[in-house]
Write a protein that binds this ligand. Sequence first.
Ligand SMILES: Cc1ncc(C[n+]2csc(CCOP(=O)(O)OP(=O)(O)O)c2C)c(N)n1
Length: 676
Amino acid sequence: MTNSKTVTDRAADNIRILSASTVEKAKSGHPGGAMGGADFINILYSEFLKYDPNQMDYPFRDRFFLDPGHMSPMLYSVLSLTGKFSMEDLKQFRQWDSVTPGHPELDVLRGIENTSGPLGQGHVIAIGAAMTERFLADRFGEWMSHKTYTFISDGGIQEEISQGGGRIAGHLGLSNLIMFYDSNNIQLSTKVEEVNKENVGKKYEAWGWNVLSINGNDADEIRKALTTANKETERPTIIIGKTIMGKGSVKSDGSSYEDQVATHGMPLTAAGGDYKKSIENLGGNPEDPFKIFEEVADLYKNRSEDLIKWAEENREIEKAWEEKNPELAKKLNEFLSGSIPEIDYSEIKQSPNSATRGASASVLSVFAEKVENMIVASADLSNSDKTDGFLKKTTAFQKGDFSGAFFQAGVSELTMAVIMNGMALHGGVIPVCATFFVFSDYMKPAVRLACLMGLPVKYVWTHDAFRVGEDGPTHQPVEQEAQIRLMEKLKNHKGENSMLVLRPADAIETSTAWKTALENTSTPTALILSRQNIKDLPADGNRYEEALQLVKGAYIVKDSTETPDIILLASGSEVSTLVEASKLVEKEGFNVRIVSVPSEGLFRNQSKEYQQEVFPVGIKRFGLTSGLPVTLEGLVGDSGTVWGLNSFGYSAPYTVLDDKLGFTPEKVSNQIMKLL
Ligand SMILES: Cc1ncc(C[n+]2csc(CCOP(=O)(O)OP(=O)(O)O)c2C)c(N)n1
């Protein structure tokens, strides 16, 4: 159905009025871009985007991911036309505890598919969702296919991540992806032409995209472009829409106040325009601006009825498919519900004394067979980060072939991590991605958003310490563990640790770490793994049973029969170094306890009783870390010492580094003895 131009344009003006008014009322926000993008968002929501108004999380809905979160007023306004936000919600824009925060935060039931704000991430999230749609459609059929729409602005186009996203979406031929580029030649401090002269269309064309250029404020052109994009079968589409910043805004003398940098980030009045006159100019009542025009309400009511019909018809198709394919239907249900298959981790064969990255490969090779909705990615390091354990049993995504479950991301860590967020947001899959730990620095912005949104993405970070050796200080993580563990201390909005960070101490603990990672469905999980072999930890009984205690964050791996004189603690490979060092300390007649601390965050969630059982008051503690000492200082306390690294590493074989940097059992035992 197409709508008469008048109603369509009235609806877009309604979005402009509501956007300008939310910002004006909050006395802060970004009206200009929202007013320019209103025409596109209106056509998208009133004519193209398919979803079920009665079940916003209907799994087979189209997705819309906003990239420029500062344009939230545009999204809230169009969603108010669909009935998902009230006028009262709009009036509470940017206020404490409102459902309309300054930048949109994930709220699927109200139509907010992603948290946005850091420019560039939103459109790459869309790419991850589009890949997931292909992955699922390959397994369950095209009846479930849907489109993924995204809206990008100049800022997102400029962010480096758009290079990774553009390349990957083009390479994989994601024709289910439709991106509107709101090209208004204005950004925060300058006009775009002052920083950017490239031909954006040619750039996307070179990446293999279908490029359409239109007047982004013209309803007919938008409609035509969206229709063409919907028919595309080979390439992702970018619709470059030239739009006018602050469309419809005027000054007090009634002359145009469009195309002004000032309206990017300030209420119209503060920017130098005339708010009341602008609202009048757009056909609204400045004394009562929070209103939906009658004909616009009808337009959206009709659309809603059409969508309910669409959802009913789709459910019929779904039902018929389920009846014909009961086994597949059961599997699809499991995928979508986020359930995890039963796996006996104690049965996973681990070679003795192996590197934890190798131990992770053993687990991943089991996942490749048993976790059919797992997608594993690597940023061109699969044979080093050992995700090849998974890859050997599947194939990598190709254009037109998503039957495999591996994603070769190329060298683009941030893009990869954001794509994982998009996969998690789409739902139905378990995303895992890997690279060297030192390059987690490149991924941090995506990790932060995964933490904020509570997405169960798994990060495999290998080459966890200076023991990468000859590659030198550029490749040797030192401060990375302390950095990422800060996310264990930062709570998400549900009050949970926003991230789970596990650094297992040996091969068997890597199995239990993976078990815990998979069972964590509410936050992201990191696994920090060694490149070098690690001696298996001693066990009183069954090592696997003992290593299951990893879920407590810290546990005793070796104890003295009498009250210990000292407690030694570490994570990762340093635990086995402590075991060796303890033998020398025991020779001197001291009683020693050794504690493995795979996750301080988990440990701090345990009862005080348990914490004191592991670290009784009054017994000195010695911590060993290949990271910054601060990694363990909180657990060691004032009366103890941490031996760690206070500088970047050096290039040399790792055994030499262990010696020079004081990490041999002998040198560590000397440090411990100093404390006794
Ligand atoms: C990664 C990142 N860097 C900086 C910002 C701050 N910021 C918000 S909007 C903006 C300018 C972007 O302009 P554009 O995307 O053209 O939006 P428009 O002016 O059209 O509203 C900047 C720098 C941000 N949100 N994210």
